[in-house]
Design a protein around this ligand. Structure first.
Ligand SMILES: Nc1ncnc2c1ncn2[C@@H]1O[C@H](COP(=O)(O)O)[C@@H](OP(=O)(O)O)[C@H]1O
Ligand SMILES: [Mg+2]
Ligand SMILES: [Mg+2]
Ligand SMILES: [Mg+2]
Length: 386
């Protein structure tokens, strides 16, 4: 079990003279045991890895009919639904708890309409086939209703009390459709705090992205990041190598730092990021990739900064950041909003944010926050509606 070590010395003062008494307590070491989420972490890694297998199968042979449009016009695929049903199913099976709560992106409303029966059948087959390929669940064939129920178990509102799983079954659906980066992102909230997170990134190279040096892992893709509070962040291949501990990039010099942002300009203001990068003195061009794979790549030091500035009025959802946030913070990084406040995952399905999300290491954060403040204030003077 992981533990956090705190060292301190303490001095007593005379209550009459207010002068220090002439002795010190010896240096004490307190071992504060982490809450221990081993069982949950094993279940989360298994669920995300199986969901990744399902998604890879769909991405290899994506059919036109596999893609739908949600009411907000964003895309959703049979793989998003299949991944959500599968994760819900595996977590329930592995944890055998009565108090299972899941906050997840998708719901079954569109699949319950008359025209969606074929799609639902395809999802049911995908989930059943993936579960039987694993071999560890002795289940009778899943029905369509089983799949709909599993998807709808993700309707929890989350909040500050108790435990809630937080799932993005495919984060970066647009990247998934392009054949680019996407992630299965699963986190666990305990009393409003993210205590573990898993990111399965099936298309992320095991070698650092953006590196110009030849690497023995250059052509291998498929990474699984996992983090537990107080126990650090680990990465392994989705094919099952043993986990190695990863750390964020420790550069103090913005000139050496490269930065990540969304591939989709609709998801983040690229012009604001470049003005921040210019103020900081970052030389490298932005690395634009989809999904929370950005958090994973940052956690292992591929780049040093992640900037995300949604257009006015957009509200961030907790499943787009919960897993990524702990993967980066346990690797030594910091995640805040543009005002420097930590992200608060205890408010339900949405995050209440000041303007945007920024991520970097401890040393660069003060400089980055200043550059963000300056760039935002310049932009709002130029366009007062920001
Ligand atoms: N207008 C918008 N602004 C910011 N984020 C948006 C957005 N529209 C969708 N998103 C979110 O951006 C996520 C993808 O992030 P990224 O740009 O880093 O790849 C999407 O997740 P899904 O793909 O799970 O729907 C979606 O939740
Ligand atoms: Mg979506
Ligand atoms: Mg998402
Ligand atoms: Mg999604």
């Amino acid at each position: 079990m992981a533990s956090t070590v705190l060292s301190f010395s303490c001095q007593l003062f005379s209550s009459k003279t207010r002068k220090p008494l002439s002795f010190f307590f010896p240096r004490k070491t307190l071992y504060i045991a982490s809450m221990g989420y081993e069982k949950e972490l094993i279940a989360a890694k298994k669920a995300a890895s199986l969901a990744a297998r399902l998604c890879q199968k769909v991405q290899k042979a994506l059919l036109q009919s596999d893609v739908q449009s949600k009411s907000d016009k964003s895309p959703v695929t049979v793989a998003d639904y299949g991944s959500q049903a599968l994760v819900s199913f595996v977590l329930r099976r592995e944890l055998l708890t009565d108090s299972f709560s899941l906050v997840a992106e998708e719901d079954s409303a569109d699949l319950r309409t008359d025209g969606a029966q074929e799609t639902l059948e395809r999802i049911t087959k995908l989930v059943s086939d993936t579960l039987s390929s694993d071999g560890s669940y002795d289940i009778s064939p899943l029905s369509r209703e089983d799949v709909l129920t599993a998807i709808d178990s993700g309707k929890s509102e989350g909040g500050p009390n108790g435990r809630h799983w937080v799932l993005d079954p495919i984060d970066g659906t647009k990247g998934f459709l392009r054949g680019d980066q996407y992630a299965i992102a699963l986190g666990l909230l305990d009393e409003g705090k993210v205590v573990l997170g898993v990111l399965a990134c099936p298309n992320l190279p095991l070698a650092p992205i953006g590196s110009t040096q030849q690497h023995s892992l250059q052509n291998q893709v498929g990474c699984l990041f996992s983090a537990e509070i107080g126990a650090g962040t680990h990465m392994q291949s989705l094919d099952g190598s043993s986990p190695t501990k990863v750390h964020v990039n420790s550069t103090e010099n913005p000139e050496d730092a490269s930065f990540f942002e969304s591939f989709e300009a609709a998801h983040s203001l690229h012009d604001l990021s470049s003005s921040i990068a210019m103020k900081l003195g970052v030389h490298a061009p932005p690395v634009r990739i989809d999904s929370q794979a950005k958090y994973g790549a940052l956690a292992r030091g591929d780049g040093a900064i992640y900037l995300r500035f949604p257009h006015k009025g957009y509200r961030e959802k907790i499943w787009d950041h919960a897993a990524g946030c702990i993967v980066v913070t346990e690797a030594g990084g910091i995640v805040t909003d543009a005002g420097g406040n930590p992200l608060d995952f205890s408010k339900g399905r949405f995050l209440d944010l000041d303007t945007g999300i920024i991520v970097t290491n401890q040393k660069l954060m003060p400089l980055l926050l200043k550059a963000v403040r300056d760039a935002i204030s310049e932009k709002s003077q130029a366009t007062p509606s920001l």
